[in-house]
Design a protein around this ligand. Structure first.
Ligand SMILES: [Zn+2]
Length: 508
């Protein structure tokens, strides 16, 4: 059946429905629609046949009743406070959930308990994860052109995840500033030896303002990831990276960094945009010396868990649709937008299936991934533990781009998925989430499943503001708009149900 019927039929009598459906179908087909008074020809094709013809002949994968169930799920998600209440507990009560920490374990136990109380079949699946602990992080400019004798200037920074430490009393060295790799390569040999190198790559705020925050982030995050290797290769004793984020409130943004075998591991921190500008300005005037103290510690890897909770399918329990977010967070804030929100909108999918007494054909599998921020060890463990089952994974969804208004669904896999999902998009259109966007990837934790050919999905979230708070002390519960969170819960719940209850699994 056509994509438009379920939405248009709510609250209408049949004649209104027929006209509205035909008008909508005509619009979709690009044809003018006139409500004609002329009598119908004999043996007219049914409305369904005409709609199918007008919309390209594609049969919907869902019945009228299933589309109506999706509408009920959407409406319930928009009203139900469950996701917000769960997010409040995860962020305000449990707090930051750094991989390997006591709070990460508390969150595992809490979410598992919540899922058990809904009647889902809960398994804690082991993963060994990094346990990195932030220490002192402090820097002062101790020499600069125009310095008032006896003074220093504070530089606001935060250690990058995985960073090694300086000696406890810090290091003091000259600062060299480059805006990008090209400028580093253009320096004369030895220019960085024994110095602190700052990568001053500016976050592309215009790109983020246009709604493409993710690509603005990707443009900068390479410096955060590869900065220590490049700097150490050039002889630097420490590396600073301009924060990869859009706001100018002198907030440093942490995030994982990388080391390489055979290259010295040097301490690495992110400075605020303001401090990067200051260092750039002062170094353009003359020598600048920084005293830098970072004392993070890498503890032995810790045993942790993905929380896996199955809402068993009635016809094909072995076929699985994953609905997920990552439970770990950085430690500066409380991990509300990254990614407490993704976890709770996924929990809401199971909660609403229970509340509405819905048992789809296939299993809806909630997963709270562990350690996405520090290497996706949880996802890697899942790929090993479930390697025989990927043919039976009918879909995987992850929400990990915040909690702002969703405009639709990203899909990765066969191009037919776009057409196939149109009825679902139509259900989500009334909350402004009806756009379908083809993407190469949909989420870090489900990237392995995407690679194995599992159709994968994510909400397309408004990313204009996400990177203002991402990985900062300001990623807190108050940043989440309850209405937007519910819209995301609606997308996750409707899509999870659609994938789990279609007559045939999604095309792959
Ligand atoms: Zn995340």
């Amino acid at each position: 059946m056509s994509r438009s019927i379920a939405v248009l039929t709510s609250g209408m009598d049949f004649n209104q429905t027929s006209l509205a459906v035909l008008a909508a179908a005509a619009l979709l087909a690009g044809a003018p629609f006139v409500a004609s008074q002329t009598p119908a020809p004999s043996n007219p094709p049914s409305i369904m046949e005409r709609l199918d013809a007008m919309t390209g002949g594609g049969k919907s994968a869902w019945t009228r009743q299933q589309l109506s169930t999706m509408e009920h799920l959407r409406e319930a998600a928009m009203k139900d406070p469950y996701a917000l209440d769960e997010l409040r507990h995860l962020t305000c009560n449990i707090g930051p959930r750094l991989s390997g920490s006591a709070q990460a374990q508390a969150a595992v136990d809490y979410v598992a308990g919540e899922m058990r109380s809904l009647g889902a079949e809960v398994t804690l699946e082991k993963a060994m994860v990094p346990h990195w602990v932030r220490g002192v992080e402090r820097a002062e400019i101790v020499n600069w052109p125009g310095q008032t004798p006896g003074t220093t200037q504070k530089v606001v920074l935060t250690a990058l995840g995985g960073s090694v430490a300086t000696p406890a009393d810090g290091i003091t060295a000259d600062v060299v500033v480059v805006d990008n790799w090209q400028q580093l390569r253009a320096l004369p040999p030895g220019a960085v030896t024994g110095k602190i190198l700052l990568f001053n790559h500016r976050f592309d705020k215009e790109l983020a303002a246009q709604g493409d925050g993710l690509n603005a982030y990707v443009g900068g995050v390479v410096y955060r990831g590869a900065g220590p290797i490049a700097a150490a290769s050039a002889g630097a004793v420490a590396v600073l990276v301009r924060s990869v984020g859009g706001a100018d409130f002198r907030l440093p943004h942490t995030g994982m960094t990388e080391y390489a075998p055979g290259v010295p591991k040097i301490p690495a921190a992110a400075v605020t945009a303001e401090d990067a500008e200051l260092l750039k300005d002062l170094t353009s005037q003359g020598p600048v010396k920084l005293h830098l103290t970072l004392t993070p510690q890498a503890m032995p890897d810790a045993q942790s868990y993905n929380v896996v909770a199955d809402w068993k399918g009635t016809e094909h329990p072995e076929q699985v649709v994953v609905v997920s977010g990552h439970l770990d967070s950085w430690d500066l804030g409380t991990g509300a937008i990254d990614d407490g929100a993704g976890v709770v909108v996924s929990m809401q999918a199971i909660h609403l299936l229970k509340e509405l007494g819905i048992h789809p054909r296939r299993t809806v599998r909630f997963v709270a991934w562990m350690s996405e921020e520090e290497g996706s060890e949880g996802a890697a463990a899942y790929m090993i533990d479930h390697k025989e089952e990927f043919a039976d994974h009918s879909g995987a969804i992850e929400s990990d781009l915040g909690a702002d208004h969703p405009v639709g669904i990203y899909y990765a896999g066969k191009s037919e998925l776009g057409q196939w999902l149109r009825p679902v998009a139509e259900v989500l259109d009334s909350i402004g989430a009806g756009t379908l966007v083809s993407a190469p990837e949909t989420g870090e934790d489900i990237a392995g499943l995407t690679e194995k050919g599992v159709p994968s999905f994510a909400p397309v979230q408004d990313s204009r503001f996400y990177f203002n708070y991402h990985h900062t002390a300001a990623d807190t519960f108050d940043k989440v708009d309850p209405k937007h969170l519910n819209e995301n819960a609606a997308v996750m719940t409707v899509l999870a149900y659609a994938l789990a209850d279609s007559a045939e699994p999604s095309p792959r």
